[in-house]
Design a protein around this ligand. Structure first.
Ligand code: FE2
Length: 224
């Protein structure tokens, strides 16, 4: 015998169905950007306000740097493509981790984290990158400069947080933001050193392989 339920054709109905999700809802914001509510952290209101303002600026710069790393990951080129493609994506992931930590600290201080691209672009002090593709040394210079923009502001913000006993913000900025950015700056800036991977700058190599091989058989010069 056939099961009636499984053979009935499906119909969309206007009748009330309690399983229907209530969609397309709107309302006014429950907290405006730039406002803050009190939190029971034992910190002065003025200290929290200063930390939120500073953290939002750092968040906008960090989101921008994160996206600059992904752009570089996609658009890099040339002989170092593979290593830079991987390195840029590693740094992107680390910056994404910082973004989450900074944003959540702003929320726990009672503030509102900047989030959307338009707002981020307005707040960030990192110069806008072109939409097109750039050469590797330019990609790296742009990244190093972006890191430095962050350093200059973050060190000041970390001091201000510490002076107001907001050691949680100070710790986030020093242990996570500064440390991560310092390491990444080192890794990318080393790619701008103009050294040949083939011949040492101070060697006797004059471009002739036969001369080098004959000389090295007869004399061995000390390096210094
Ligand atoms: Fe990828």
């Amino acid at each position: 015998m056939k099961d009636q339920n499984t053979t009935t054709n499906t119909k969309t109905t206007k009748e009330a169905i309690s399983a229907q999700p209530v969609m397309h809802q709107t309302s006014k914001e429950i907290q405006k950007y730039g406002t803050r509510f009190k939190v029971p952290l034992g910190l002065e209101d003025s200290v929290c306000e200063q930390s939120i303002t500073n953290l939002n600026r750092i968040l906008a710069d960090t989101i921008t740097l994160r996206d600059l790393y992904k752009k570089s990951h996609w658009q890099t080129s040339g002989a170092t493509f593979y290593q830079l493609h991987l390195l840029f994506d590693k740094h992107y992931t680390e910056q994404a981790g910082l973004v989450d930590m900074i944003a959540e600290r702003i929320q726990l201080l009672g503030g509102i984290s900047v989030a959307m691209a338009k707002d981020v672009a307005e707040l960030s002090k990192i110069p806008a990158a072109p939409s097109g593709r750039e050469e590797v040394p330019v990609q790296i210079s742009r990244l190093v400069d972006a890191h430095e923009t962050i350093f200059k502001f973050v060190r000041k913000a970390a001091r201000q947080a510490s002076e107001g006993d907001d050691e949680g913000t100070n710790d986030l900025l020093v242990s996570n933001v500064i440390r991560t950015n310092e390491l990444q700056t080192w890794f990318v800036s080393e790619h701008l050193v103009a050294l040949s991977p083939i011949a040492a700058d101070s060697s006797d190599f004059d471009g002739s392989f036969s001369k080098v091989s004959s000389e090295t058989k007869t004399e061995t010069k000390p390096r210094h």
